[in-house]
Design a protein around this ligand. Structure first.
Ligand code: PLP
Length: 371
């Protein structure tokens, strides 16, 4: 493909709660994050912050915290305006029309859409319900060609909440090292796991790239603060050049607040996890009783990806319309992820317990009305 980037809006963004209007939604089960926090909760004292162009790689203190965690150097960390920008920088730095990408599907939409906009040759690795949405390393290995520049996965996975285990991840790293391509692991949900989180893979090999952000676990997506991490210094120089050409430097305000959030993580995380487990238990009870739905039970993130059983009569357009307009409940339809609308993303971290309860009843009632 030649010509300009093939920009088009993603359904996930066009139909998002913020575009629809938060005030019109009673139960927002469409989000993939914790409930949004207020500025006040950050306890950040910004009155003396000097609004100069900052460090080109991003706030030094924030980078040091992340570097220590990833077991890399502070200069191996590049702060970006959200994981979204970090993904854009990685994709546009490594991929062009002549290169080949191997990427799992379903996935967070940007991980599929930016490669589409670039026009690179793409092999989709379809994760299936029947395989528990787990990654098969051999399938990925067979998809890699001499033109492959990047293998791209997400764990904990959006939309399913399924995690890739360390053994599988290490096998993928070994394959990418052997075949000479990079491995992008979108670890945006890294801290949201039942067991201890996997480390940032960027610390394992210079072939690995970790992308992450404070948005989801800490409920601050409006900060637009994320990062990419890699010990491949040549790659990092090019990523830094990309950042400089996009924004020069990050927002001093956002980066100072990102630093404040990173310092608050240990204090906030127990409450976050308690909320996630309580909410997931509600969803689990619902899934046990709602026989028209089936799912792969998630162990990470704050989303699940249930589907309406094939045997159940289903009109997707009517179901989502009824749910949204009659019951004020929003979920993420399958087409946001390039999947059939019998599947939907159910975000259980964002709503309060009573909103979630309302939303789950609304799902059943909407199924009644289209059955
Ligand atoms: C897997 C994944 N990566 C990246 C992002 C982007 O997040 P942000 O730009 O807010 O950090 C999202 C948001 O939904 C996501 O689910």
């Amino acid at each position: 493909m030649t010509g300009p980037m093939r920009w088009r809006r993603m359904p996930m963004e066009e139909e998002s709660p913020e575009e629809f209007g938060y005030e019109k939604i009673k139960a927002n089960l469409a989000e993939s994050s914790m409930r949004d926090r207020t500025f006040k909760e950050l306890d950040a004292k910004l009155d003396e912050l000097v609004l100069l162009y900052g460090d080109h790689r991003g706030h030094r203190g924030a980078r040091e915290i992340l570097a220590t965690e990833a077991r890399v150097a502070a200069d191996d960390v590049l702060l970006c305006a959200g994981a979204a920008m970090a993904l854009f920088v990685v994709h546009t730095t490594l991929l062009g029309p002549d290169s080949h990408l191997v990427v799992v599907r379903p996935n967070y939409a940007t991980n599929l859409e930016t490669p589409f906009a670039i026009g690179c040759d793409t092999t989709f690795i379809d994760l299936t319900f029947d395989a528990g949405y787990r990654i098969d390393v051999d399938v990925i290995a067979r998809a890699i060609t001499p033109q492959t520049r990047l293998v791209s996965i997400t764990t904990p996975h959006n939309p399913t909440g399924v995690e890739t285990d360390e053994h599988t991840l290490r096998a993928l790293v070994a394959i990418c090292e052997e075949r000479g391509c990079h491995l992008l692991v979108d670890q945006t949900y890294q801290d949201m796991t039942d067991q201890a989180p996997l480390p940032m893979v960027a610390g394992w090999s210079d072939r690995c790239i970790t992308v992450g952000s404070v948005s989801k676990t800490y409920g601050v997506p409006g900060l637009r603060s994320g990062w990419l991490i890699s010990t491949d210094s040549s790659l990092m120089t090019r990523c830094l050049a990309a950042k400089e050409q996009i924004v020069l430097t990050g927002s001093m305000v956002d980066e100072a607040l990102c630093f404040a959030v990173l310092q608050k993580r240990a204090q906030w995380l127990p409450g976050v996890k308690e909320h996630i487990l309580g909410q997931r238990a509600m969803v689990q009870a619902f899934m046990r009783d709602e026989k028209r739905l089936e799912w792969v039970r998630p162990t990470g993130g704050v989303t699940a990806f249930p589907r309406v059983r094939e045997s159940v009569p289903f009109d997707g357009a009517r179901f989502y319309h009824t749910l949204q307009h009659d019951y004020g409940t929003m979920v993420g339809p399958g087409h946001w992820f390039g999947q059939p609308d019998r599947c939907f993303r159910l975000g259980y971290g964002y709503p309060t317990a009573s909103e979630l309860s309302w939303g789950l009843v609304a799902i059943s009632k909407s199924l009644d009305s289209v059955g």
